[in-house]
Design a protein around this ligand. Structure first.
Ligand SMILES: Nc1ncnc2c1ncn2[C@@H]1O[C@H](COP(=O)(O)OP(=O)(O)OP(=O)(O)O)[C@@H](O)[C@H]1O
Ligand SMILES: [Mg+2]
Length: 499
């Protein structure tokens, strides 16, 4: 992940973008102007050089056609007659192989130079530039053999027209370039303004959102670009924040509501007991009632605190081999007298020896307690509850079956929600706050399992879940994938025992 770069001038993005556009355009413009001028110059010089080359070819053809190689005087006369008239204005000098002048009109004599001997001229010829008065001449020197003699020719043209054309072209470019640059910079500024306007709109809208109007959303953009994506991402985030805040608010409201009832009952019970002088047994009765309410309140607080720790992420399950049979026996011992007092029979159908599962001991016994407590609470007197543990489908299956009031089908998928209580148990005014199964579901999820519910109103309910056997862990560890957080020494001990 990259770190944001520093912005020492603290300029807004809009200005920075405009400056960047301008600089990029300026750089590209300069490059383009330079390249155009260079190409135009090359092309003009190419034409010029081509014309000069053709002129020398003309001279060659003329000498060859008129066979001027033998007679020097005739050569001078015929060349002068031909080129004086034909090439008035063009630069032309002709010498023989030894550097003796054959043709040098008076116009060319302003430049006091002799033509070099043929041997010193490269085979393709050589270009030179020199001043003649206020003008510059570009000339090509070339030597060739025609009619049996070596000739040296220098032909040239003034650069006046070419330079003038180039100067005009350059001036035109220099005149247009700043205007184009200014327009490009302005367009860049407008484009960046247009591009960033939605960001300003999003920021403005985001500033208006606070915890009191979390249901508001940022403008939905139909542009299908990054800004539309940003806006919808922020809206999704708001959705999640809203639902988190709503659940915290609901939780607080439910919790305070649930706590109000036992506190009110304790207060009224105490007020009533203190209003008149009472007998010892009446005081005892009041204290027992207060104690029961305090017990109810303390278990509620316990559940609330547990769920708060779950939400804060501080509750962590630590899976290790646990004897499920022993845990069931302990639960049976704990709940049998309680249920018997309520007129219920608790039976247990367990394996004869230890059955090692992967679990968090405390959490698993808490899960068993929640389910057994519900079974006892929602089964009318005379009914029965059966706790079963068996190996099934490669795991250890726990099952608690009661002959209780059952859960209406349309409410079965909500019983794991916090504070939810089915209509039939609310009507029967059984105490409870609807937190037990939320807790149980969390514990099951920490054990990579889920609680199944089968229930029929008036017939009974069955809650079941399956845990991995500790021997499965051994297989997974041998395969190189531990999967669970387990101290290996303990696994060995357990496997020794299991073996
Ligand atoms: N064995 C059962 N038979 C019938 N209904 C049940 C049974 N177990 C759970 N329920 C239904 O599911 C609801 C939620 O159960 P849960 O244990 O979460 O809350 P509770 O028992 O009402 O309160 P507490 O927080 O004290 O446990 C119950 O109110 C009840 O309607
Ligand atoms: Mg319960």
């Amino acid at each position: 992940m990259g770190f944001p770069r520093k912005n020492p001038l603290r300029l807004p993005i809009r200005i920075r973008l405009s400056i960047s556009y301008f600089l990029i355009f300026a750089f590209a413009g300069t490059l383009l102007v330079g390249a155009s001028w260079f190409m135009a110059r090359r092309s003009l010089y190419f034409e010029l050089d081509h014309e000069i080359g053709e002129h020398i070819d003309d001279v060659h053809d003329f000498i060859a056609a008129h066979r001027l190689g033998g007679d020097e005087t005739r050569a001078r006369a015929e060349i002068a007659a031909e080129f004086d008239l034909k090439d008035d204005g063009k630069w032309l000098e002709i010498a023989d192989g030894q550097g003796r002048w054959v043709y040098r009109p008076w116009r060319m004599q302003v430049v006091p130079q002799d033509l070099p001997p043929a041997s010193s001229i490269p085979s393709g010829g050589a270009f030179t530039e020199f001043a003649v008065g206020s003008k510059t001449v570009r000339a090509l020197r070339r030597s060739f053999t025609a009619d049996g003699r070596v000739w040296v020719v220098e032909s040239g043209l003034t650069l006046t027209k070419t330079d003038l054309t180039l100067a005009r072209f350059r001036n035109g470019l220099l005149l247009i370039a700043p205007a184009v640059l200014l327009m490009a910079g302005l367009a860049g500024h407008l484009i960046s303004r247009r591009a960033l306007d939605p960001v300003a709109a999003i920021a403005q809208e985001a500033q208006r959102i606070h915890d009191g109007n979390l249901q508001s959303r940022l403008p939905r953009l139909d542009t299908r670009d990054e800004l539309a994506h940003l806006s919808s991402t922020l809206n999704d985030m708001l959705e999640r924040i809203e639902s988190a805040v709503r659940s915290v608010r609901d939780f607080t409201a439910h919790a305070s509501h649930e706590l109000r009832t036992p506190v009110a009952l304790i207060r009224s019970e105490a007020d009533l007991a203190l209003r008149f002088d009472r007998s010892a047994s009446e005081y005892r009765q009041a204290i027992v009632a207060i104690g029961a309410e305090a017990q109810q309140m303390s278990s509620l607080l316990d559940s609330l605190l547990f769920l708060a720790r779950v939400d804060a992420g501080t509750e962590q399950a630590r899976l290790e081999p646990v004897d499920a049979q022993l845990l069931c026996v302990q639960a049976w011992r704990k709940w049998r007298p309680v249920l018997r007092e309520a007129g219920l029979r608790l039976t247990a159908d367990l394996p004869s020896g230890p059955l090692m599962v992967l679990a968090d001991n405390l959490y698993l016994s808490r899960l068993l307690n929640v389910i057994l407590e519900n079974a006892g609470k929602y089964t009318p007197g005379g009914g029965s509850v059966r706790l079963a543990l068996a190996i099934s489908g490669g795991g250890a299956r726990f099952e608690v079956r009661d002959t209780g009031v059952g859960i209406p089908p349309q409410e079965q998928n909500r019983i794991f929600d916090r504070f939810f209580r089915a209509g039939n148990v609310r009507e029967a005014s059984a105490p409870g706050s609807g937190l037990g199964l939320a807790l149980a579901a969390w514990i099951a999820a920490r054990h990579q399992t889920a609680i199944e519910v089968h229930s029929e109103p008036g017939v009974g309910s069955c809650f079941a879940w399956t845990l991995s056997l500790a021997s499965q862990l051994h297989a997974e560890l041998s395969g190189g994938d531990a999967g669970y957080e387990v101290e290996s020494a303990r696994v060995v001990t357990v496997l020794d025992r299991a073996g």
